[in-house]
Design a protein around this ligand. Structure first.
Ligand code: IVH
Length: 706
């Protein structure tokens, strides 16, 4: 523990990463001690880790984790917190903040379904409960499993804890043989206040808000503790089903109510978008007196057959949206501005604030985005905040929108000190001293140091080992930093050659480093070897290419299927023209900026060489085919052209994609099927010249079996 940096020096990202790794290490220590009866660390070290965790949480309360070790006592029953794979993924919702976005949601759906503005189209409107989602599986009417959302694909088994919640029936009548009920576990304001009072009396930990209290209580390792903390549950959706529940959302929820679940009494069926907005106002007006936290209103298309036609984007349904309430705001003093350097070299200004409570959470940092934002300009050079700039020493209004890092909304000029001066954005990188360059048309300054900038290299490595990238157990940000500092790891490929260079039998060995031992070194080397076999989307995401996030990486993985195809296409597209460039740009969700960042990355010799060194160490798995067994068009590339008469273009595309096909915008020799409607022109001509399979709409529908 001796090499720990003072908590004040940690960046927001570093603090979050350290909390993650502490949660992991303390969790492991708890399991060793309680479950395996085989502690591997001394009591004093355990206490020191817990203290460190508490220190970071005190300094950054907004980073406190739902699985915070400070809330966990005792042992996990072996079943608890086992992973549960959701048969039907647990999705999140797209957000709307303005009425106009809700009106747009309604029009988008009408467009998709080919309905005019006059045709009837009903939605439900109901409160968005601010708790944590929980999926309950019933088989033949008996509760068999409760699982948290987790990452949407895999959650945690909290069955024993869920059984202690009164609103969750143990048995239900009149249900399909298999029924997964989805809803929100939450704590009422009264129960939250009483819990905190009790905790304060017994010197236990108190919670920042009811949501955290609910999460902490549900994710208790000891169900007896959960039982002593009253939680409630509203059912609002479902997952796997052996037979349909009803024809509409309204009826389905009524059925869940009849089975014995609590369903929200404020849910209404709305005939028009105006009714939806009226229900939003009605719910907002009751917000303060409901007795539990809500953070918006959820609208869902009422007819379930239409929901099915609309389907899903990668993580959100097209048929539902959350209309959020405006974020809470608080005033505080801006004490200083720090500059952090990210993995792409971007300099990010961060406001250091006098800690203030916003929406139940203490906030001490806020993002300031870039130079223009501080000056009072948006990305197009237009004034924001009435052109008011932000200065050190100003009183600022900060707000939190959802879980994201807090933002500065405005400054209070009436409280600005007379001697304050405009903030000068640094012209050099605070880490390596290289020039910080702001390119024409760009808002951010980037460190020109590239690979010589330790901040960039370390951030890239930290990103590489992070949870959604390579996720190597035991090799977190802290370990990577230490190994980088000593030159043991300079780039991702080095991680995979660690065993050969510093494993057993070598002059210098990982096991002899401070903070390591024979067991932990071997575990990490094994964990690294386990990650040699890895999914292509994780590799693409792990490279940390600008603009290429997790969703983008997944789009690419799906579109190209294999690493070799992807790599060749990037090579072939490097001139920003030709069929491969067009193919890349035709991927739904890929825009010109993304495409350019991607191919330019592979065009850069140093980056390319580093990627090749990495890939030699790996066994990259092709993307898992979507669940499209028996689909006649899985993996095929389809182009729609001309007017479709039986459904809109958007619906045709969504259905083809749901069946595992790729939908492209232009015809090439790589196209498999071209579906033509009346008015098709040059694309049809080209398809015929190329001898492709050309179908009319009816033939296409017959092919996909509808
Ligand atoms: S429906 C497929 N309804 O909000 C759609 N979600 O931001 C499934 N939530 O993960 C969600 N109240 O935890 C739905 N009335 C409500 C909700 C609700 C709260 C949560 C849920 C979801 C999150 C998405």
């Amino acid at each position: 523990m001796s090499d720990l940096r003072p908590v004040e020096e940690l960046s927001l990202d570093e603090a979050a990463e350290e909390l993650r790794s502490l949660a992991e290490r303390l969790g492991e220590a708890n399991r060793d001690y309680h479950q395996k009866d085989a502690p591997r660390i001394a009591d004093a070290e355990y206490d020191a880790l817990k203290r460190r965790n508490a220190e970071i949480e005190t300094r950054y309360p907004e980073l406190r984790r739902a699985d915070s070790p400070s809330e966990q006592v005792g042992a996990a029953p072996s079943e608890a917190f086992a992973k549960v794979r959701h048969v039907v993924p647990m999705l999140s919702l797209a957000n709307a903040f303005e009425d106009a976005e809700v009106i747009d949601f309604d029009s988008r759906i009408r467009r998709f379904l080919g309905l005019s503005a006059e045709e009837p189209l009903a939605f439900t409107a109901e409160p968005k409960i601010d708790g944590l989602s929980l999926s309950l599986r019933y088989e033949k009417g008996v509760l068999v499993q409760a699982a948290t959302r987790g990452d949407g694909e895999t959650g945690e088994n909290v069955t024993a804890n869920a059984r202690t919640i009164d609103d969750i029936p143990e048995r239900i009548a009149g249900a399909p043989d298999v029924l997964e009920v989805r809803g929100e576990a939450y704590m009422s304001h009264a129960d939250f206040a009483a819990l905190n009072a009790r905790q304060a009396e017994t010197r236990g930990k108190t919670f920042a808000n009811p949501r955290n209290a609910a999460a902490g209580s549900l994710r208790q390792l000891d169900p007896k503790i959960t039982a002593g903390r009253p939680l409630h549950y509203f059912a609002y959706a479902w997952g796997a089903l052996s037979e349909p529940l009803a024809a509409t959302q309204t009826e389905a929820i009524a059925r869940l109510g009849a089975m014995g679940f609590q369903v929200n009494p404020l849910m209404r069926r709305c005939e028009h978008v105006e009714d939806m907005l009226a229900q939003y106002r009605a719910i907002e007006a009751q917000r303060a007196t409901l007795g539990y936290d809500i953070d918006g209103v959820v609208y869902k298309l009422d007819r379930l057959d239409l929901q099915a036609r609309l389907g899903f984007r990668s993580t959100t349904p097209r048929w539902a949206i959350a209309h959020k309430f405006p974020a809470e705001v608080a005033s505080t003093l801006l004490e200083g501005i720090d500059i952090q350097v990210g993995r792409t070299g971007a300099l990010s200004p961060v406001a250091r604030l006098t800690p203030v409570t916003v929406g139940g959470v203490v906030v001490s940092n806020a993002t300031l985005h870039n130079e223009d934002y501080i000056k009072g300009l948006d990305s197009h050079g237009h004034e924001i905040r009435g052109g008011r700039d932000i200065r050190i020493g100003d009183w600022v209004r900060v707000y939190r929108a959802g879980d994201v890092i807090p933002k500065v909304e405005d400054v209070d000029l009436s409280r600005r000190p007379a001697d304050s001066v405009p903030y000068e954005f640094p012209r050099t990188c605070p880490i390596c001293g290289s020039d910080a360059i702001r390119e024409e048309g760009e808002a951010v300054h980037r460190c020109a140091g590239g690979l010589i900038c330790p901040a960039q290299a370390v951030e890239k490595l930290r990103h590489f080992v992070s949870r959604n990238a390579f996720d190597i157990e035991g090799l977190g940000a802290k370990q990577v930093e230490a190994l980088f500092a000593d030159d043991w790891i300079r780039e991702p490929a080095d991680i995979f050659t660690l065993r050969a260079r510093y494993g057993p039998g070598q002059p210098l060995q990982l096991r002899n480093r401070e903070g390591w031992g024979a067991k932990s070194a071997e575990n990490v080397l094994n964990a690294i070897d386990e990650r040699r076999r890895i999914a292509i989307n994780r590799v693409i995401f792990g490279l940390g290419i600008r603009h290429v996030g997790e969703t983008g990486a997944m789009l690419l993985a799906r579109a190209y299927g294999s690493w070799d195809r992807f790599r060749e296409a990037m090579e072939a597209a490097r001139s920003h023209e030709g069929p491969e460039w067009e193919e890349l740009n035709a991927i739904d969700g890929v825009g010109p900026v993304f495409a350019a960042a991607l191919v330019d990355y592979f065009h850069e010799p140093a980056a390319r060489a580093a990627v090749d060194r990495l890939v030699r160490e790996l066994d990259i798995q092709d993307v898992e085919a979507p669940r499209t067994e028996g689909s006649p068009v899985a993996g095929k590339t389809v182009v729609f052209t001309g007017t479709l008469e039986r459904m809109t273009r958007a619906e045709a595309k969504a259905r083809a994609e749901a069946l595992g096909a790729k939908v492209a915008g232009s015809v090439s020799a790589k196209t498999d099927i071209v579906v033509v409607g009346p008015g098709a022109g040059s694309k049809e001509k080209k398809a015929r010249e190329l001898g492709l399979n050309v179908l009319d709409e009816d033939q296409w529908l017959a092919l996909i079996g509808s």
